[in-house]
Design a protein around this ligand. Sequence first.
Ligand code: AMP
Length: 611
Amino acid sequence: MPETGGIILGIDLGTTNSLGAYMTAAGPVVVRDAGGAALVPSVLAFGPDGQVTVGRQAKAHAVENPLSTIYSVKRLMGKSLKDVAEDLRVLPYAIKPGPNDTVLVDVAGSGRTPQELSAMVLEDIRRRAEAALGVKITQAVITVPAYFDDAQRQATRDAGRLAGLEVRRIVNEPTAAALAYGLDRKSDSCIAVYDLGGGTFDISILRCSEGVFQVLSTNGDTRLGGDDLDRELIDMLTGEIRARFGEELEFGPATRQALKAFAEEAKVRLSDYQQAKVQVDLGGGRVFERIITRDEFEARAAKWIDHTLEHCRRALADAGLAPGDIEEVVMVGGCTRIPLVRRRIAEFFGRNVYTAVNPDEVVALGAAVQAGILAGMKRDTLLLDVTPLSVGIETLGGGMGKLIMRNSAVPCMASETFTTCIDNQSAVDIHILQGERELAADCRSLGRFVLRGVPPMPAGMPRISVTFLIDANGILNVSARELKSGVEASVQVTPSHGLTAQQVDAMVKESYAHAMEDFEAHRVIDLRNEATRVINAIEKALGARGHVLAASDRARLDQAVADLKAAMKSEDGDAIDAAMRAANEAAQALTADQMNDVLRQTATGRKISEF
Ligand code: AMP
């Protein structure tokens, strides 16, 4: 495949669906497969032979293989087990604690990090783009919800690396949506981007002024979205099923997956129709049937939409604006097709909502625009973003000392000077926090670092300067220096949630190291399938015309088939290949007889196609 022609792929890595887009001279274009589909469900299915399927096919297998079908991985990115306790109730697959307070998804007995699983989705998106464009792609811009914290952004960047992509920029999804709408051409107007997807909700207030975007404020919830609406319907259905068939009824993983699929289908249908029918086969002749009306759905969905309005209010307050100050409301995410959502948001802002661009594609298109800017294709836009949460350090007594306030434009930098409280203290433990609360215990711990090598001095004498730098991706970098001695001590930040740089490096190396092994495993699976076809064909031919073979030929063929069956049990691809060739050769006498038979029949006036 030719090397990348400078193409940087824009990727919307969604909780439910993901997709890619790229910039052309005529504007951003979404990557589609041969059938015209752009959305790839962010779903992975792990087969019994270790093969992984991504996307639509994986989603289709969810019902039969609930424990080995993984979805909503974005909810787990950069999280600890405690953070995801709520999600465990609805996720059918098993989750266990991982290193550094991370989570691992249990896939057929082995633990996979959310980063690895997301990397598989990213790799699929990359491969699709390479197939569509015919060039190798090595760089990407990936979008994240504006509310993602440092650990979640780092996890996303690591997933990109594991997928063989250099992540040139992490962009907030609402910012990308505004870029896709070409709102950079607006002169001084305030825009609200309302994004209700499968698993996350974001509201961002942007100001656009002659090519400059400024995100005035962001708010949202990384655990609110279409999945919650599905859960409302699942809860309603399970309640009614238990009332009908018995309170003690247990719902196994397969039934839970089926209910999830039915609930989502009903929700989508109710955007266009007044009612949707659900039919659940519980086995043992028990079939539950129910028609859900749009009114019933809206009654259950309303509280979630009200939650989103609370976040809208907070975002407006942070930006110092009233709903009436907003000139455009951009709708993003599959759930903004729900009529109740459009109605309530239009009422809240007092204006029509903006839905011209497909709400599923708008973020990826915007990521492609940002990729175009980075590739030098679009020079007239300057993008300014803000950090969604304050960052600081734990102070003496367990307080949170903020160094960079939320809503500061990035990139930005802040320094503070500290000292020691014990004579001759040579190491200082610094705890990095993110959040708005006053107590360290109520904020999110991003990590700790120990500054070592402070020269012996009386307490209060050393002057330790700690610098926080948030880069253009919204990722925090921390450095420290003892000013009195001029000594720069080496510091290492160990993330509280996520993988260390060394772990990611090791995983990248491991994936290269295992590439040949994986290739061989795939080859063995393919060879086994082919060998099964060969054996079936030989056995069928033997049944029909085995009598024509000489006894010695028959014995040779039987031995060759037995050898092939034995070879198939091994993991040795070359051995299977050799045994298959031998069986084909031994079957030649049989094949020759078959051909002669065909020729004989043809000579008597019947066509070959009749066989
Ligand atoms: P996203 O994360 O933006 O891909 O949004 C996916 C969410 O939107 C899922 O919960 C889908 O079920 C939901 N969704 C997609 N299309 C529709 C529709 N026509 N009506 C209601 N919800 C939808």
